[in-house]
Write a protein that binds this ligand. Sequence first.
Ligand code: PLP
Length: 389
Amino acid sequence: MNPVRTCQKSVFQLPEGLHYLNCAYMSPLARPVEDAIVAGLRRKRVPTEVGPADFFDTSDAARERFAGLVGSDRAQRVALLPAVSYGVAVAARNLPVARDQRIVVVAEQFPGNVYAWRRRAQEVGARLITVERPGGATPGEAWNAALLEAVDGDTAVVALPTVHWTDGTRFDLAAVGRRCREVGAALVVDGTQSVGAVPFDVREVRPDALLVAAYKWMLGPYSVAFGWFGPRFDDGVPLEETWIARAGSEDFGGLVDYQDAYQPGAIRYDVGERSNFALLPGAVAALDLVLGWTPEGISDYTARLSAPLLDAAVAAGFRVADPAWRSPHLFGLRMPAGVDLQGLRARLADRGVSVSIRGTSLRVSPHVYNDEGDVAALADVLTAVGRGG
Ligand SMILES: Cc1ncc(COP(=O)(O)O)c(C=O)c1O
C-alpha cells in the first residue's frame, strides 16, 4: 500500500493560491524540519545545552538515515558535506586520472559536476568527453546508448547525474555502472535531482561516489549534502584535515594527542564543523519524512498526479518524453512552435504557478504537497498558450 495516499500539503506551509510545482529548484520547508532547525538553533542560547555527544550523535543519525535511503548497510560510508560541488572535489582529488585518459560527462550537466573534472583534465592532460544530447522529444534511449559507447578502456571517470536537471531525462546508471566496472573506470553520481523522490540503490548501481544535496528532493535545509563513498575512497585524502574526523576525536581532553588515523569509512571527508546544531537536526527530520513516505510512494504519487497534466500538455501541442525515459517527479514540456514566452510567463504568474522555464522547455517538478488543483492550474495555462489557445 502506498504510504502517500493523500496530498501532504498540511505538513508544509505553502500559501494558498501558490501552485508550487518546482521542487527541482528547492523544496518548501516542512513544519517538522523547521521545528527541528529552530530548536537546534536555540540550543546555543545556553551553550551548556550542547554537550560533547551532540558533536557526534546527530551526525551519526543523519548518516544512518541517508545510508538507509540509498541501500547502504554502512552508515560510515556516508560523509556530511556542505554542497555537491564539495563532494565532486573530493572525488576529483582522489580518483586516478592519467594523461590522455578520458573523463565522461553528458551535455548540459549541472556545472557543479563539471568544473572540477575540467580542472582535473587540464591538470593531468586528460580529455573531458561530453556526450551530446540527441534531438527529438525523447532523447533518452539514444543518449544512453551513446553514453555507454563513450565509456571505453581509456576512460578513467564517468561523472553523471541520475536524471538530467533540465528535463528529467533518465540515465540507466546500473548499465553505466556495469560498463564502468568492465573497463575499470570510476563512476561518480550526482543524485541531487532524484534521490529521495525516486528509488536509488547503491547495491544496484554500485557507484564509487554518490553525492546528493539535501535541499531539493530530500526536503532538507540548504548547505547540507550527503556523500556516499565506496571502497576506492577508503584511504583517500580529504579536502580538509578536520580534528573531528581523526580517530578518538570523541575525547575532547585528548585532541592535542595528534592522531594519524582517521575515523572509519568516509567520515574523513566530512566538512569542517559538520556537526551543525541547527541544520543537521533539520536534515534528519527531513530524511524521516522521506523515509516515511518512501521514494517509491513519492514517485507513485507524483506519477498519478502528473498523468492528467501530461494529457493536457500533449493536447495543447507540448511534447513530452516517452515515460520509459522521463522521471515521474521531474519532466520537461517542450513548447509548440510560436509560443510567446513573455505571455507564458505572465499567465503562469497570474495563476500563481511556479515552474522553471529552461529554453523552450517548461520544467515541472511536483511533490507530495501538490494536489489536483495545482496541476489543473498549470494545465489551464498550457491550454491557453498552446494549440488553439
Ligand atoms: C543536478 C544538481 N546537482 C547539484 C546541485 C546543487 O549543487 P551544489 O550543492 O554544489 O550547490 C543542483 C542545483 O540545482 C543540481 O540541479
